[in-house]
Design a protein around this ligand. Structure first.
Ligand SMILES: [Zn+2]
Length: 87
């Protein structure tokens, strides 16, 4: 791994850790808002809340897994948004 890739990996890891702390606190203090975040992301892919709800409820029933799902969605969505942002 070159220096640039190494530094990018360190930065990604730091971003991940920061996001993980944020998501853990969010799923504990405002679980409904966290579900709404996922619904809003999925709506952008044309999947409505009613269709998502059983999946979201099943994922949210295990806190460790739910935090991972929320972090994944955050990073994938942020990446896609930055790739396709018109500037
Ligand atoms: Zn969140």
């Amino acid at each position: 791994m070159g220096l640039g890739a190494f530094l990018a990996a360190v930065t990604d890891r730091e971003k991940y850790i920061a996001e993980e702390q944020r998501e853990i606190s969010e799923v504990r203090t405002k679980p409904e808002a966290e579900k709404t975040e996922i619904y809003e992301i999925m709506e952008q892919y044309g999947v409505g809340r009613d269709a998502c709800m059983p999946l979201v409820e099943a994922l949210a029933s295990n806190e460790d897994q739910w935090v991972k799902v929320c972090i994944s969605m955050f990073f994938v969505h942020a990446k896609l948004t930055s790739l396709f942002r018109s500037s």
